[in-house]
Design a protein around this ligand. Sequence first.
Ligand code: CTP
Ligand code: CA
Length: 225
Amino acid sequence: LARGVREPDLAGRHVVVSAGGTREPLDPVRFLGNRSSGKQGYALARTAAARGARVTLLSANPSLPDPAGVDVVRVGTAVELREAVLRAAADADAVVMAAAVADFRPAAYATGKIKKKDGQEPAPIALVRNPDILAEISGNRSRPEQVVVGFAAETDDVLANGRAKLKRKGCDLLVVNEVGERKTFGAEENEAVVLAADGSETPVPYGPKEDLAETVWDLVAARLA
Ligand code: CTP
Ligand code: CA
């Protein structure tokens, strides 16, 4: 079927999508962040709404307008995103973690702006691990038939890294894309392979992020049916 004339195959379903990238504050004016644009997550939210789903979009610092017909919840940090995911996932049929979650956060938050001091080298920044949200929700499904989807950008042996990550996280589907020249953050297009826990692999050719989103929902809808 051409785009825009899809069956409403997600009607009556609640899907949760995280998008963007978390920011981990150091002080009132600075943070550790990443280059995720949020475009893939927003494409997932738009396409799920077009297929009839009720969509909760947990949006971490995107520079994109809210999509129509979607409940948008704004989050900043990984810890905030975790709370929002756990809340929204309680009655969700599917959870798709498209957000880039910071692996680490500063161990301490300075309530006042960190200042330079004459003749002093800067202090190193101590970091602590953030919670692994995808592994947590995969291991504690709020309903047994819930479908959990992760995303991974990999280099080197992309598929082997993806397979190992799928197992480690315990999710049903992992969308793996190779980080490389054309495949930069913020691009309009994407190429990927969707790995499934049942061993199947679905390649998605280079194209608009909507096409990858539709493939993800095809695979999710098949598992919910
Ligand atoms: N993710 C998460 N919580 C984290 C880190 C990642 O939920 N603290 C999710 C991401 O949203 C993504 C998936 O896990 O859907 C894979 O993210 P990735 O960074 O590739 O996984 P990591 O386990 O952090 O592995 P790596 O060391 O390669 O970064
Ligand atoms: Ca990571």
